[in-house]
Design a protein around this ligand. Structure first.
Ligand code: SF4
Ligand code: SF4
Length: 363
């Protein structure tokens, strides 16, 4: 749905500059930005995906986002649109992230080859219609996920306040490529939690694999969110031969300890070849186990391992005594043992800053 954009400036000759993400595209009249979802109509910028979703929403465990230390066991009403500010060669959701929306009001979208995407159309909603659906679903949280939510800025800004009235927590699953202006608005509107993908610590990786200039805006967003009381968890997809060295992993862990704090959950995720396959190999267990151990050695309290079976990597342990608080198999709990007042039953350690919100004991 076409809707007037926020956060842009008008330049000479009806050009506009978009400040919603760190690409900061300068867009000529009748052209779109890198994300393909924001278009300059005669010197005014519009989003083409306001209220446009690939489905009316699905219910996921919050652990699937992944968020392990925020409302554990909660259901996340998950919504997505199309487009992304990146062009990751390994994108698992490329059919939506790299799609082109139409701007003719027909609500279709096209894949990379220019075909109407598998006959799919976008589902259109108003903020109030989404609010009603989420409330009716009984979900305690809503996740903007699957494609890149930061480019859905106007929709997020209009829907979060409605959900807040029902105490529904709002989550971003994001590449973190924000600007100070856009982050400020997201903080002010009251986003509750974010899983931020820090794909690597090098600009070279971001240039070659993701098609953007630098990792720095991602790091800045993570820090800005954390400093403003948004619960932050980090995901790092480990791709063989691209970001899997001991030094790469240590650098990321040390940056998190220094800038976000030891209690920031870090999810190492196993890669499998997808889209343009920047590596043909899957991530071996040994690499993920090495990453898990490095994170522990560096002092992170909550390293996790996903997309592969790892004995300890799904569980939440007490940072003080190592007691198993939350055991998981896939997205299901195998054990929940945290005192009602959010302390460790073994040593009494206060977990209030480490596990946020209620634990849903009947997921
Ligand atoms: S959201 Fe980002 S990629 Fe899209 S037009 Fe704006 S600056 Fe460009
Ligand atoms: S940032 Fe995420 S959604 Fe966007 S292209 Fe990369 S992997 Fe895909």
């Amino acid at each position: 749905m076409k809707f007037k954009a926020r956060l842009y400036e008008s330049l000479d000759d009806k050009k506009v500059k978009c400040h919603v993400c760190a690409n900061e595209c300068i867009i000529m009249p009748e052209k779109v930005g890198i994300c393909r979802t924001r278009k300059n109509f005669d010197g005014k910028l519009y989003t083409l995906i306001y209220g446009s979703m690939i489905s009316s929403g699905s219910l996921d465990p919050i652990e699937k986002k992944p968020l392990y230390n925020f409302w554990p066991g909660a259901t996340a009403y998950s919504i997505a649109s199309i487009g992304c500010s990146f062009k990751c060669q390994n994108c698992q959701n490329w059919s939506i992230s790299q799609a082109n929306p139409t701007d003719n009001g027909k609500n279709g979208f096209y894949d990379l080859e220019g075909y109407k995407n598998r006959g799919m159309s976008l589902v259109e909603m108003t903020p109030e219609q989404l609010e009603k659906r989420v409330v009716k679903s009984g979900a305690k949280t809503l996740a903007y996920t699957y494609n890149e939510p930061l480019i859905w800025h106007e929709w997020i800004m209009d829907t979060v306040p409605l959900l807040k009235q029902h105490e529904i927590k709002t989550l971003l699953v994001t590449n973190g490529y924000s600007t100070p202006e856009a982050s400020k608005e997201l903080i002010e509107v009251g986003i509750d939690a974010a899983n931020i993908d820090i794909k690597a610590m090098s600009d070279d990786f971001y240039k070659k694999i993701c098609g953007v200039k630098s990792v720095q805006p991602v790091l800045d967003t993570a820090k800005r969110f954390k400093d403003n009381d948004i619960h932050v968890e980090v995901t790092n997809l480990i791709i063989p031969e691209l970001n899997d060295s001991r030094e790469d992993i240590k650098k990321l862990c040390e940056w998190i300890v220094k800038n976000l704090g030891k209690n920031t959950p870090l999810h190492f995720s196993a890669y499998h070849p997808d889209f343009r396959m920047p590596s043909k190999k899957r991530t071996p267990y040994e690499t993920l186990d090495m990453a898990y151990k490095i994170a522990k050695d560096v002092g992170l309290f909550f390293p996790y391992v996903g997309n592969i079976r790892h004995d300890d990597g799904s569980n939440t342990y007490c940072p003080n005594c190592g007691y198993l608080l939350l055991g998981r198999s896939g997205y299901m709990f195998t054990k929940i043992d945290v005192n009602e007042n959010n302390t460790c039953p073994n040593c009494g350690y206060n977990l209030l800053n480490d596990i946020i919100g209620e634990i849903n004991k009947k997921p």
